[in-house]
Design a protein around this ligand. Sequence first.
Ligand SMILES: Nc1nc2c(c(=O)[nH]1)N[C@H]1C(S)=C(S)[C@@H](COP(=O)(O)O)O[C@H]1N2
Ligand SMILES: [Mo]
Length: 300
Amino acid sequence: MAYRWKNDLTERDVTDERVWLNRRTLMKGAAGLGLAGIAGGTARAETLEPNSYDDITSYNNYYEFGTGKDDPVKYAGALTTSPWAVTIDGLVDKPGTYAFEDILGRMTQEERLYRFRCVEAWSMVVPWRGFELSDLLQFAGVKAEAKYVAFETALRKDEMPGTRYPVLDWPYVEGLRLDEAMHPLTIMATGLYGKDLPNQNGAPLRLVVPWKYGFKSIKSVVRITLTDTQPPTSWNKANAREYGFYSNVNPEVDHPRWSQASERRLGGGLFASKVPTQMFNGYAQEVAGLYEGMDLKANF
Ligand SMILES: Nc1nc2c(c(=O)[nH]1)N[C@H]1C(S)=C(S)[C@@H](COP(=O)(O)O)O[C@H]1N2
Ligand SMILES: [Mo]
């Protein structure tokens, strides 16, 4: 599928994008975020057009199945995703292990069209389906002492050939500050293009934090833990000099081995074009306030 960049954002473009957002999001957007922000309108106007289903499901990073971009599509089919349960523990009122279906039954699912920017400087636009992480955390009851949320991916050595090698310290773990986790843009995705997530994209349930580098969006989550200390994260453990805890998309802070000023927007196989990377991946209007007063070079 093709994509477009436009210098002028027309009313029609904005409306097109809003059809991916349900009324609930728009109401929240109107109340808390500003409609321009929710519609993806930033300093440089842009039309968000989703990558094709094929692009999104055939070029993946999921190291539990191998480090090649096509390893997940080849091997992730072996992952048993049903039954699935998520343990929610730590500083919550209702700790427990919840069946995936029981979680879904309590959540409101919606469509979200988000930019997705990998730290390797490629990007796509993905029409996710999911629910706000804040709704799940509210259901679990976050205790006043909680300051961070830790996430863990399933570890099944028999189903995940990549985990037989110490590429990362398995299981894959990630973390967010509580205010980042509670932000309305932060979702737990269960699908894309209106269908259940394919295994290579992190079935049945994965985090999506659109203003951070893709590796923060941890796949196939089995544990969510509320803590009062900053949790360890896989890529930071592997190489702290290259990958920080925050990992906000920032064109002004280069990765030690490559520039982050621009990215390759993938699309249609042959067509990938170089586009400037936006601060917070284009979501500055919504999230910059979370980092007010912080040195984003030191807290990369
Ligand atoms: N458990 C787990 N989660 C993961 C990864 C991984 O290797 N294992 N890769 C991360 C990286 S680097 C990226 S860019 C995205 C890729 O998501 P996608 O394959 O759906 O595009 O997943 C992230 N989540
Ligand atoms: Mo990534």
